[in-house]
Unconditional design. Structure first.
Ligand code: GUN
Length: 294
């Protein structure tokens, strides 16, 4: 059984990005610039955004963090988005989700210029990706594809089973996996109303778990020799940890890892790749802008 090391892979890709940025600076260009908008004080969001800012530093990017309290109105937030859309020094930006209940997340997402939508959440990017046109691809599915490629795991013609149909992971993952130029696989998507979940999972050559249900995937649901990708990162109480919690994946690692051929751990698997792919999308946004302005 092989551990698919997302942390090491992400570090290698960030070093490659940094080299590219150094070459840009050496030839007189400016650093790519990512802005992040954070509303409120959700613990998970604070951690994600902090890690995104740190990743920008590691890659040699400029970063800007715009923080707002929970009582910001939708109108005010939409005005912030318009400012970032119009700011020529910003190559790409993200609005960290979830947003407070009084703000329509979809409205905010759709207000972001698709050319600056490095999360790949805007319907224009989702649609372009789904039909194989150049687009920003959302970071978690792109990170999973990249991990499989870098570990030489063939997807063409194989049975890929995806647990979960979220807009951020399950749906784009399925669209990418079925496409000829990406996964070229046979894809099954399972969700809360699917029947025979264990039987369907056992048909998977590659099983991607993205349902946010801690340790949902147990050994009886996995075909011996399958590749297992765990996207779950649920905070579960753990008194032995300094923060009082630990991150638990959607896969019961202890019982599943002995029977599969390769598996991503939690933490240190898909998570670090997600942030790294955001950096790659930002570099891409920078290059596209530099090209369109020249
Ligand atoms: N919340 C959880 N994951 C993400 C992400 O990838 N992007 C944004 N903007 N919010 C998130």
């Amino acid at each position: 059984m092989q551990i698919i090391d997302g942390k090491a892979t992400a570090a290698a890709i960030k070093a490659e990005i940094r080299n590219d940025v150094e070459a840009i600076l050496a030839s007189g260009g400016r650093a790519p610039h990512l802005a992040a908008v954070l509303v409120g004080h959700d613990g998970g969001s604070e951690t994600y955004v902090r890690n995104k800012v740190l990743a920008c530093e590691a890659c040699g990017f400029r970063s800007t963090l715009l923080r707002f309290e929970n009582n910001i109105t939708e109108e005010e937030l939409l005005a912030v988005v318009q400012e970032l859309n119009a700011d020529d020094t910003v190559d790409g930006f993200i609005v960290q989700l979830p947003l407070p209940g009084h703000i329509d997340e979809q409205k905010v997402t759709e207000a972001i210029l698709p050319e600056k939508d490095v999360d790949g959440f805007h319907p224009v990017n989702v649609g372009r990706m789904a039909i194989g046109l150049p687009a920003f691809i959302s970071a978690t599915p792109l990170g999973i594809l990249t991990l499989l490629q870098r570990y030489g795991i063939e997807t063409r013609g194989r049975n890929v089973v995806i647990l979960g149909r979220s807009n951020i992971v399950g749906k784009p993952m399925a669209a990418l996996m079925m496409q000829k130029q990406y996964g070229d696989a046979t894809v099954t998507v399972l969700h809360s109303h699917s029947g025979n979940i264990a039987d369907e999972c056992r048909r998977a050559d590659i099983l991607i778990a993205a349902i946010g249900s801690p340790a949902f995937v147990t050994a009886d649901m996995v075909k011996p020799g399958a590749v297992v990708i765990d996207v779950g990162t649920t905070r579960v109480p753990d008194a032995s940890r300094s923060g009082g919690f630990r991150l638990q994946g959607d896969v019961d690692f202890q019982t599943v890892s002995p029977i599969c051929s390769a598996i991503t751990p939690v933490p240190g698997g898909v998570g670090p790749m997600t942030i790294c792919m955001l950096m790659l999308n930002t570099l891409l946004a920078y290059r596209r802008r530099a090209k369109s302005l020249s």
